[in-house]
Design a protein around this ligand. Structure first.
Ligand SMILES: *Cc1c(COP(=O)(O)O)cnc(C)c1O
Length: 348
């Protein structure tokens, strides 16, 4: 039986707005963002555009809608975009680009480091021939599965896409994790891309929201798509203020989440039956072997520790964030060790 969740490692989306963030929401000046006059939304869009070195920005309710609006703004019916097989925008967004946009995805296998090999991309780009969809765009994700795409890869990707006249979109839901982990400015990472989507609702700790950035003309198209997709929000400043607060207060501290992930990984890696991947940012993946290890996620749940899983329960995903500190990490890792040593776990 599961106890109430005390330590929630399932995702960085579970973060609750902090008192400071709630104060900022409470006192946010608002207007009507569909009319374009909500001052808090305008402030957020301006701040994100500036921070990512782009000319314009659009606040949307979710990352899914932001990626979809980007695809629809770059591609027309009968076009295609090249992406990784593991890309969120392809795999975890209900096929929106195909369903709602008549845009065909061309997924390609990701390498273990998260990148999509440039040679594969090059081969997948279709010649101008009536048999084929029109290849219009390449999309990548950074971080992907908690991994940072190397800067050298991104510059080679930019060269490839411009050589073929393709648009380049970045699903940067966790772009700031990549920036903080590498010490490379987020605007530098964003520079080669025509559009970038960032999530405010993951490690940055806002309750909802994503921002899409790019050139003015592209963002104007995305604004129309957002309206069509039902993402035009009225006194959206209440939530935009949370995003602005997150941007000002919660970016540099992502380093703490990365440190916690490191501590967690090193503690878990001492336990037999657990094969732990060294984390680059705030995600720790663990492969479980043996019956006892396979029972670990349920045992942790009984001790109030929730973790994510995949691969039929053989793989655990632990995500660190604002609401799990190093004490929580130590408690959880200790609970895992005790269970693997034969103890029965109970709520703390
Ligand atoms: C969470 C996430 C999204 C989608 O964001 P939602 O706000 O949950 O729709 C897109 N891409 C990546 C990489 C994500 O992690």
């Amino acid at each position: 039986m599961s106890s109430p969740i005390q330590y929630d490692f399932r995702s960085d989306t579970v973060t609750r707005p902090s008192p400071g963030m709630r104060d900022a929401m409470m006192s946010a000046p608002v207007g009507d963002d569909v009319f374009g006059d909500d001052p808090s939304v305008l402030a957020l869009e301006g701040a994100v555009a500036k921070r990512l070195g782009k000319r314009a920005a659009l606040f949307l309710p979710s990352g899914t809608q932001s990626n979809l609006a980007a695809v629809l703004s770059h591609c027309a019916r009968g076009d295609e975009y090249v992406c990784g097989q593991e890309a969120h925008a392809y795999k975890y967004e209900a096929g929106g680009a195909a369903v709602l946009g008549s845009v065909q995805p061309q997924p390609l296998a990701n390498d273990p480091d998260g990148s999509v090999p440039l040679a594969l991309i090059e081969q997948a780009i279709k010649p101008d021939d009536p048999h084929f969809a029109i290849t219009r765009m390449i999309t990548v994700e950074n971080t992907i599965g908690g991994k940072v795409l190397p800067c050298t890869y991104l510059s080679a990707l930019a060269e490839l896409s411009s050589r073929h006249g393709l648009a380049l979109h970045l699903d940067g839901a966790r772009l700031f994790n990549a920036a903080v982990a590498t010490g490379v400015d987020a605007a530098m990472i964003a520079a080669p891309f025509d559009s970038v989507s960032v999530c405010l609702s993951k490690g940055l700790g806002a309750p909802v929201g994503s921002v899409l950035v790019g050139e003015e003309a592209l963002i104007a198209r995305a604004r129309r798509w957002r309206k069509m997709l039902g993402g035009g929000m009225r006194q959206a400043g209440v939530v935009a203020a949370a995003g602005l607060y997150a941007l000002e207060n919660n970016v540099a501290r992502l380093a703490v989440d990365h440190e916690c992930a490191g501590v967690l990984a090193s503690k878990l890696s001492d336990i037999e039956g657990l094969d732990v991947e060294t984390p680059q940012t705030n995600m720790v993946f663990v492969t479980l072997s043996g019956a006892r290890a396979l029972a670990l996620p349920a045992a942790l749940a009984a001790a109030g520790v929730a973790v994510g899983g995949s691969d039929g329960g053989r793989r655990m995903r632990w995500v660190t964030h604002l609401d799990v500190d190093v004490a929580a990490v130590k408690y959880a890792a200790d609970a895992a060790r005790r269970f693997m040593n034969g103890e029965t776990l109970r709520a703390a």
